[in-house]
Design a protein around this ligand. Structure first.
Ligand code: F6R
Length: 644
């Protein structure tokens, strides 16, 4: 994170702790907890808007007359983008007189469709424990099976609900909410921020986290908790970042933090320097830079529980029988824009690892070309939004012609998921900036996981080879973290190129798709003519455009085609072009040929694309910002393209 942007000091709020999914808010001690929670949710909505829900805790007397859920009053809505306004109709109605505690959640769906039944808060069997959650509970299936065997009835498809039932068992046995959470939390694997309320303790909230952040706060009369600071800033500046594994008990005006063993912990105060708007961007200048920084997290989440360093892959959520997948003989990828580029990277893995013929098609062309779909063809649509009309119609056409279809998307229950036979979700969190960044790299990584999954089903690689590749894939989020950490350096380099007019991006092999993506980003954000080209193809025509005014960005990481690529670099250098090399740190040979160097830590070329694309995102970002462009809303573009 650029130093100037570090918004909070005290307990770390590093880019690695950014968590894109779901908003959480909780208050105790308020005269109008529903108002407080709804206002907080409105500020957190940018984190997810598939559904929203609230629980208020009635004090014993006021519990009477509350149907179904005992002393917890719950309302949820799942009208995408409209759920918080839908809950507003309960505000000011005094439906739960005397309630002073409330929790709320705005959801970005990962497990289970964005329905009201899957909306948080979730309740236990007795309706006396409520939980909201941000993150992914990796072992939820295992926990659910155990709970069902013990007689619990789970009502949602989420990974979250298990927590309410685990806590129920402890509370029923006489534990306080804090003790119950303390006992249960070690059973939960994955990343989570959890806030719980109990009908038995109407003025208590308990919060705990692992990886996914939670902020707790207080005033003299309130106890407060939220998934991020923006929801609390207007109420207090006395805020504390809950540490990994810590558990906070909140009462009106009082915060008590313990570790999992129950030992008291002194929470570290945050010193806050910004207002609410900046807080939504978590201190970043814009959503694009925030989303670039979120990539390590987005990639970690995308592969969580799906691939392991020993080579095992788990994609049962895909909903297609393994026997059917193992029998496919050909893959056609259909997509547009950045998703198309991710498809090109995916093709390399599908061919090399799964040993399947794979073509990648621009969706808007595929549909009208009378495409041949032979038996055994899998058509894989890639779409961040799941709504792009060109891809949607191409998918529908492929299905009509008998293809087995899968959609790879970031948006749960989006249009294409209802059309395709199977679905693979990236878990990048909502992407607000129009130019795709974290969704693009998440697509690449998930495609690589899918290719390895196919490889193991088809036995196209040995177990050792699969394990070796899996280890490389699993390491990608950390490598991406290393390049994201150089954001300032890349941005500074970009500023040197602020006034270029014409740029070629060249790559070979896996670098070609990276070059295309770099060019697209520069075009759409900086409004600079930019062309992505296979380096070996330059001499067949485009090299006539190269002169002293040309800028050529080469994707020149070390790999099997390095020598050939360097020969192409010499060709453009000889004609006077300014060469910008994206290359490994300590590669004197490439650095010696370049006028400007963008260094990346070496990553094996088979999985390098998601790493290499990041400096090019920052390059486009830096040029666009230097030109005064709005990077979150570039001209003439929309986030979801619903016209042909
Ligand atoms: C570029 C970008 C677009 C999208 C394209 C497809 O930064 O975001 O090129 O990739 O419009 O959109 P989806 O993936 O939603 O189908």
């Amino acid at each position: 994170m650029p130093r100037a942007q570090v918004p909070v000091t005290g307990r770390s709020w590093a880019p690695g702790s950014l968590w894109p999914m779901c908003g959480i808010i909780g208050v105790t001690g308020s005269d109008d907890p529903l108002r407080f929670v709804l206002d907080g949710l409105a500020l957190l909505e940018y984190r997810g808007y598939d559904s929203a829900g609230v629980v208020l805790v009635a004090t014993a007397g006021e519990a009477e007359g509350l149907s179904g859920t005992g002393a917890l009053w719950r309302r949820r809505s799942a009208v995408r983008g409209e759920s918080i306004p839908a809950l507003e109709r309960f505000a000011g109605t005094d439906l739960v007189p005397g309630a002073r505690t409330g929790i709320g959640h705005t959801r970005w769906a990962t497990h289970g469709a964005p329905t009201e039944g899957n909306a948080h808060p979730h309740l236990d069997c007795t309706g006396r424990v409520a939980v909201v959650h941000n993150g992914i509970i990796e072992n939820h299936r295992h926990l659910a099976a155990k709970l069902v065997a013990a007689g619990h009835v789970l009502r949602s498809e989420t990974d979250t609900e298990v927590v309410a039932h685990l806590v129920e068992a402890e509370v029923t046995a006489g534990a306080s909410l804090l003790e119950a959470v303390q006992r249960c939390v070690s059973e939960i694997r994955g990343d989570f921020g959890l806030v719980l309320a109990s009908a038995d303790e109407p003025e208590v909230l308990v919060a705990t986290r692992q990886t996914s952040p939670l902020i707790v706060g207080r005033t003299s009369s309130l106890g407060l908790v939220a998934s991020d600071i923006s929801a609390l800033l207007e109420t207090t500046r006395e805020l504390y970042a809950l540490g990994d594994g810590e558990i906070a008990e909140l009462r009106p005006g009082v915060i008590r933090v313990v570790d999992r063993a129950g030992t008291r912990v002194e929470p570290t105060r945050l010193r806050v320097g910004w207002g609410v708007r900046a807080a939504q961007r978590e201190g970043f200048e814009d959503f694009m830079s925030k989303e670039i920084h979120e990539q390590p997290r987005a990639l970690t989440d995308t592969i969580l529980g799906r691939i392991h360093a020993d080579g095992t892959t788990e994609l049962e959520e895909l909903g297609i029988k393994e026997i059917e997948l193992a029998a496919i003989s050909r893959v056609i990828v259909i997509a547009c824009g950045s998703s198309y580029h991710a498809g090109l990277t995916g093709r390399v893995a599908i061919e090399a690892w799964a040993k399947l013929a794979c073509t990648v098609e621009i969706a808007s062309e595929f549909r009208y070309r009378n495409p041949i779909i032979e038996p055994g063809t899998l058509v894989l649509a890639i779409s961040q939004s799941g709504e792009t009309v060109d891809t949607f119609h191409a998918l529908r056409e492929a299905k009509r012609r008998g293809a087995l279809t899968v959609v790879l998307t970031n948006v749960v229950d989006s249009l294409m998921t209802r059309e395709a036979d199977g679905v693979l979700y990236t878990r990048a969190g909502p992407e607000i900036g129009v130019a795709s960044t974290k969704c693009h790299t998440a697509q690449i990584l998930l495609l690589q996981v899918f290719a390895l999954h196919l490889a193991s089903l088809r036995r196209s690689l040995s177990t050792d080879e699969i394990a070796e590749l899996a280890a490389l894939v699993v390491a990608v989020p950390a490598r991406v973290g290393d390049v994201v950490a150089r954001f300032d350096e890349y941005r500074h380099t970009a500023e040197q190129l602020a006034f270029v007019d014409d740029v070629f991006f060249l790559g070979r092999g896996g670098g070609y798709a990276v070059a295309l993506e770099g060019a697209l980003k520069l075009k759409e954000l900086a409004y600079v003519r930019a062309e992505g080209y296979p380096a070996g193809e330059m001499k067949h025509g485009p090299i006539s455009l190269i002169d002293r005014d040309a800028v050529v960005v080469v994707v020149a990481n070390r790999g099997s085609l390095s020598a050939k690529l360097l020969a192409n670099v010499e060709e453009v250098r000889a004609r006077g072009a300014t060469v910008v090399a994206l290359c490994d740190t300590d590669d004197p040979e490439v650095a010696g040929l370049a006028d400007i160097v963008l260094e990346v830590p070496h990553t094996d070329e088979t999985v390098a694309a998601a790493v290499l694309v990041v400096p090019l995102q920052v390059l486009a970002y830096g040029v666009a910002r230097a030109r005064g462009n709005d990077v979150d809303r570039p001209r003439n573009l929309a986030k979801v393209v619903t016209v042909e």
